[in-house]
Design a protein around this ligand. Structure first.
Ligand code: HEM
Length: 229
Protein backbone atom coordinates (compact mmCIF):
# COMPACT_ATOMS: atom_id res chain seq x y z
CA UNK A 1 0.00 0.00 0.00
CA UNK A 2 2.76 2.37 1.02
CA UNK A 3 4.67 1.67 -2.18
CA UNK A 4 1.57 2.45 -4.31
CA UNK A 5 1.23 5.74 -2.43
CA UNK A 6 4.93 6.56 -2.93
CA UNK A 7 4.61 5.67 -6.61
CA UNK A 8 1.54 7.86 -7.06
CA UNK A 9 3.10 10.72 -5.12
CA UNK A 10 6.32 10.66 -7.04
CA UNK A 11 4.56 10.32 -10.41
CA UNK A 12 2.17 13.14 -9.59
CA UNK A 13 5.04 15.23 -8.23
CA UNK A 14 7.04 14.61 -11.43
CA UNK A 15 4.05 15.62 -13.56
CA UNK A 16 3.55 18.82 -11.56
CA UNK A 17 7.26 19.68 -11.89
CA UNK A 18 7.02 18.99 -15.62
CA UNK A 19 3.92 21.19 -15.98
CA UNK A 20 5.33 24.13 -13.97
CA UNK A 21 8.76 24.01 -15.61
CA UNK A 22 7.10 23.72 -19.06
CA UNK A 23 4.98 26.81 -18.39
CA UNK A 24 8.12 28.66 -17.20
CA UNK A 25 9.86 27.75 -20.49
CA UNK A 26 6.81 29.00 -22.45
CA UNK A 27 7.01 32.28 -20.48
CA UNK A 28 10.72 32.55 -21.33
CA UNK A 29 10.01 31.85 -25.02
CA UNK A 30 7.41 34.66 -25.12
CA UNK A 31 9.86 37.15 -23.56
CA UNK A 32 12.71 35.90 -25.78
CA UNK A 33 10.54 36.33 -28.89
CA UNK A 34 9.61 39.90 -27.92
CA UNK A 35 13.31 40.73 -27.51
CA UNK A 36 14.34 39.02 -30.76
CA UNK A 37 11.68 40.81 -32.80
CA UNK A 38 13.55 44.06 -32.04
CA UNK A 39 15.82 43.01 -34.91
CA UNK A 40 13.10 44.55 -37.12
CA UNK A 41 13.70 47.86 -35.32
CA UNK A 42 17.33 47.98 -36.52
CA UNK A 43 20.72 47.69 -34.78
CA UNK A 44 20.14 50.41 -32.16
CA UNK A 45 16.91 48.77 -30.90
CA UNK A 46 18.17 45.20 -30.47
CA UNK A 47 21.69 46.11 -29.33
CA UNK A 48 20.32 48.51 -26.71
CA UNK A 49 17.99 45.74 -25.53
CA UNK A 50 20.88 43.21 -25.40
CA UNK A 51 22.97 45.67 -23.36
CA UNK A 52 19.93 46.39 -21.16
CA UNK A 53 19.83 42.68 -20.28
CA UNK A 54 23.54 42.70 -19.43
CA UNK A 55 23.04 45.81 -17.29
CA UNK A 56 20.70 43.77 -15.09
CA UNK A 57 23.94 42.26 -13.67
CA UNK A 58 23.16 39.85 -10.82
CA UNK A 59 19.43 39.74 -11.67
CA UNK A 60 20.26 38.47 -15.17
CA UNK A 61 22.16 35.57 -13.59
CA UNK A 62 19.21 34.81 -11.33
CA UNK A 63 16.90 34.76 -14.41
CA UNK A 64 19.38 32.64 -16.36
CA UNK A 65 19.67 30.25 -13.40
CA UNK A 66 15.86 30.01 -13.27
CA UNK A 67 15.53 29.16 -16.93
CA UNK A 68 18.35 26.58 -16.77
CA UNK A 69 16.69 24.91 -13.74
CA UNK A 70 13.32 24.94 -15.59
CA UNK A 71 14.82 23.36 -18.75
CA UNK A 72 16.74 20.70 -16.78
CA UNK A 73 13.78 19.87 -14.49
CA UNK A 74 11.53 19.57 -17.53
CA UNK A 75 13.89 17.26 -19.41
CA UNK A 76 14.67 15.01 -16.42
CA UNK A 77 11.05 14.59 -15.31
CA UNK A 78 9.91 13.80 -18.87
CA UNK A 79 12.50 11.03 -19.21
CA UNK A 80 11.73 9.75 -15.70
CA UNK A 81 7.97 9.61 -16.42
CA UNK A 82 8.51 7.85 -19.74
CA UNK A 83 10.67 5.19 -18.05
CA UNK A 84 8.08 4.76 -15.26
CA UNK A 85 5.25 4.33 -17.76
CA UNK A 86 7.24 1.79 -19.76
CA UNK A 87 8.20 -0.31 -16.71
CA UNK A 88 4.70 -0.11 -15.18
CA UNK A 89 3.19 -1.53 -18.38
CA UNK A 90 4.98 -4.90 -18.64
CA UNK A 91 2.44 -6.14 -21.23
CA UNK A 92 2.06 -3.81 -24.16
CA UNK A 93 -1.33 -2.69 -25.44
CA UNK A 94 -3.13 -5.17 -27.75
CA UNK A 95 -4.45 -2.24 -29.77
CA UNK A 96 -1.65 0.17 -30.60
CA UNK A 97 -3.89 2.42 -32.69
CA UNK A 98 -4.11 5.88 -31.07
CA UNK A 99 -7.59 6.48 -29.64
CA UNK A 100 -7.61 10.07 -28.39
CA UNK A 101 -4.19 11.39 -29.28
CA UNK A 102 -2.74 13.83 -31.77
CA UNK A 103 0.50 13.77 -33.74
CA UNK A 104 1.91 16.40 -31.33
CA UNK A 105 0.99 14.40 -28.20
CA UNK A 106 2.47 11.13 -29.53
CA UNK A 107 5.78 12.73 -30.45
CA UNK A 108 6.40 14.77 -27.27
CA UNK A 109 9.54 12.90 -26.18
CA UNK A 110 11.17 12.95 -29.61
CA UNK A 111 10.28 16.61 -30.28
CA UNK A 112 11.50 17.52 -26.77
CA UNK A 113 14.83 15.73 -27.19
CA UNK A 114 15.32 17.28 -30.64
CA UNK A 115 14.68 20.74 -29.12
CA UNK A 116 17.34 19.94 -26.49
CA UNK A 117 19.89 19.17 -29.24
CA UNK A 118 18.91 22.41 -31.01
CA UNK A 119 19.24 24.33 -27.73
CA UNK A 120 22.82 23.12 -27.27
CA UNK A 121 23.57 24.26 -30.83
CA UNK A 122 21.80 27.59 -30.21
CA UNK A 123 23.78 28.33 -27.02
CA UNK A 124 27.05 27.39 -28.78
CA UNK A 125 26.01 29.71 -31.59
CA UNK A 126 24.75 32.93 -29.99
CA UNK A 127 25.75 32.71 -26.31
CA UNK A 128 29.20 31.08 -26.45
CA UNK A 129 30.14 32.21 -30.00
CA UNK A 130 31.50 28.82 -31.04
CA UNK A 131 29.85 28.61 -34.49
CA UNK A 132 31.02 31.83 -36.12
CA UNK A 133 33.68 33.69 -34.15
CA UNK A 134 33.88 36.57 -36.66
CA UNK A 135 30.23 37.62 -36.44
CA UNK A 136 30.16 36.95 -32.68
CA UNK A 137 33.00 39.34 -31.89
CA UNK A 138 31.55 42.49 -33.48
CA UNK A 139 30.84 45.61 -31.48
CA UNK A 140 28.44 48.52 -31.95
CA UNK A 141 28.43 52.12 -30.69
CA UNK A 142 25.05 53.04 -29.18
CA UNK A 143 23.67 56.56 -29.64
CA UNK A 144 24.68 57.29 -26.03
CA UNK A 145 28.30 56.43 -26.95
CA UNK A 146 28.52 53.07 -25.16
CA UNK A 147 30.35 50.29 -27.04
CA UNK A 148 28.30 47.10 -26.84
CA UNK A 149 28.04 43.59 -28.33
CA UNK A 150 26.66 43.79 -31.90
CA UNK A 151 23.79 41.29 -31.61
CA UNK A 152 22.17 42.74 -34.76
CA UNK A 153 25.16 42.16 -37.05
CA UNK A 154 25.69 38.68 -35.56
CA UNK A 155 22.08 37.56 -36.16
CA UNK A 156 21.87 39.11 -39.65
CA UNK A 157 25.26 37.75 -40.82
CA UNK A 158 24.57 34.23 -39.57
CA UNK A 159 21.01 33.92 -40.85
CA UNK A 160 22.23 34.86 -44.32
CA UNK A 161 23.59 31.31 -44.32
CA UNK A 162 20.61 29.19 -45.53
CA UNK A 163 21.80 26.10 -43.62
CA UNK A 164 21.78 27.95 -40.30
CA UNK A 165 18.39 29.50 -41.11
CA UNK A 166 16.92 26.09 -42.01
CA UNK A 167 18.19 24.59 -38.72
CA UNK A 168 16.36 27.38 -36.85
CA UNK A 169 13.17 27.02 -38.90
CA UNK A 170 13.05 23.24 -38.31
CA UNK A 171 13.75 23.71 -34.57
CA UNK A 172 11.05 26.34 -34.20
CA UNK A 173 8.59 24.05 -36.02
CA UNK A 174 9.35 21.37 -33.40
CA UNK A 175 8.87 23.96 -30.64
CA UNK A 176 5.47 24.74 -32.18
CA UNK A 177 4.36 21.07 -32.18
CA UNK A 178 5.64 20.59 -28.65
CA UNK A 179 3.85 23.69 -27.34
CA UNK A 180 0.53 22.78 -29.01
CA UNK A 181 0.14 19.76 -26.73
CA UNK A 182 2.22 20.95 -23.76
CA UNK A 183 0.15 24.00 -22.88
CA UNK A 184 -3.23 22.25 -22.39
CA UNK A 185 -1.55 19.18 -20.88
CA UNK A 186 0.13 21.35 -18.20
CA UNK A 187 -3.23 22.86 -17.22
CA UNK A 188 -4.78 19.38 -16.96
CA UNK A 189 -1.95 18.19 -14.71
CA UNK A 190 -2.39 21.20 -12.47
CA UNK A 191 -6.11 20.37 -12.13
CA UNK A 192 -7.25 23.45 -14.09
CA UNK A 193 -9.60 21.35 -16.09
CA UNK A 194 -13.31 21.91 -16.72
CA UNK A 195 -15.49 21.12 -19.76
CA UNK A 196 -16.60 24.76 -19.96
CA UNK A 197 -13.10 26.14 -20.49
CA UNK A 198 -11.01 23.16 -21.71
CA UNK A 199 -11.72 24.16 -25.30
CA UNK A 200 -10.47 27.68 -24.59
CA UNK A 201 -7.23 26.37 -23.02
CA UNK A 202 -6.65 24.14 -26.08
CA UNK A 203 -7.20 27.11 -28.41
CA UNK A 204 -4.86 29.29 -26.31
CA UNK A 205 -2.14 26.60 -26.55
CA UNK A 206 -2.57 26.42 -30.32
CA UNK A 207 -2.56 30.23 -30.54
CA UNK A 208 0.70 30.52 -28.56
CA UNK A 209 2.30 27.76 -30.64
CA UNK A 210 1.34 29.52 -33.90
CA UNK A 211 2.55 32.86 -32.49
CA UNK A 212 5.93 31.26 -31.66
CA UNK A 213 6.19 29.80 -35.14
CA UNK A 214 5.30 32.97 -37.04
CA UNK A 215 7.39 35.18 -34.72
CA UNK A 216 10.56 33.10 -34.59
CA UNK A 217 10.44 31.99 -38.25
CA UNK A 218 9.89 35.57 -39.45
CA UNK A 219 13.48 36.44 -38.40
CA UNK A 220 15.49 34.00 -40.59
CA UNK A 221 12.93 34.38 -43.41
CA UNK A 222 13.20 38.20 -43.37
CA UNK A 223 17.01 38.00 -43.37
CA UNK A 224 17.19 35.37 -46.13
CA UNK A 225 14.71 37.46 -48.16
CA UNK A 226 16.95 40.55 -47.64
CA UNK A 227 14.15 42.47 -45.90
CA UNK A 228 16.50 42.88 -42.94
CA UNK A 229 20.09 43.65 -43.93
C1 HEM B 1 14.86 32.95 -34.63
C2 HEM B 1 15.00 32.36 -33.47
C3 HEM B 1 15.92 32.81 -32.36
C4 HEM B 1 16.82 33.86 -32.30
C5 HEM B 1 17.13 34.91 -33.36
C6 HEM B 1 17.45 33.81 -31.01
C7 HEM B 1 18.43 34.69 -30.56
C8 HEM B 1 19.18 34.55 -29.41
C9 HEM B 1 20.30 35.35 -29.04
C10 HEM B 1 20.87 36.51 -29.88
C11 HEM B 1 20.77 34.90 -27.83
C12 HEM B 1 22.00 35.40 -27.05
C13 HEM B 1 21.59 36.42 -26.05
C14 HEM B 1 22.84 37.05 -25.45
O1 HEM B 1 23.55 36.32 -24.73
O2 HEM B 1 23.09 38.20 -25.75
C15 HEM B 1 19.90 33.81 -27.44
C16 HEM B 1 20.01 33.10 -26.24
C17 HEM B 1 19.17 32.09 -25.84
N1 HEM B 1 18.13 31.54 -26.59
FE1 HEM B 1 17.51 32.16 -28.41
N2 HEM B 1 16.92 32.76 -30.28
C18 HEM B 1 15.98 32.12 -31.08
C19 HEM B 1 15.21 31.01 -30.74
C20 HEM B 1 15.27 30.35 -29.53
C21 HEM B 1 14.46 29.20 -29.17
C22 HEM B 1 13.41 28.57 -30.08
C23 HEM B 1 14.84 28.84 -27.90
C24 HEM B 1 14.35 27.70 -27.03
C25 HEM B 1 13.93 26.54 -27.48
C26 HEM B 1 15.87 29.76 -27.46
C27 HEM B 1 16.48 29.72 -26.23
C28 HEM B 1 17.54 30.53 -25.85
C29 HEM B 1 18.22 30.44 -24.56
C30 HEM B 1 17.88 29.47 -23.42
C31 HEM B 1 19.24 31.43 -24.56
C32 HEM B 1 20.22 31.76 -23.45
C33 HEM B 1 19.70 32.95 -22.68
C34 HEM B 1 20.80 33.63 -21.89
O3 HEM B 1 21.92 33.19 -21.89
O4 HEM B 1 20.50 34.65 -21.26
N3 HEM B 1 16.11 30.67 -28.47
N4 HEM B 1 18.94 33.61 -28.41
Amino acid sequence: MASIRTYLQSTIMSKVIMALSGLAVIGFLLAHLAGNLLVFGGPEAINKYGQGLRDLGGLLWVLRGGIVVAFIAHIFTSIHLKQRNASARKVSYANTQPVNSTFASRTMLISGLSILIYLLFHLSHFTWGMVSTKSFNGSYILQDGRIVHDVYAMVVADFQNPIISIVYIVAVTLVMFHTTHAFSSAFQTLGINHPSYNGLIKKAGLGIAILFWIGYVSIPVAILGQFVK
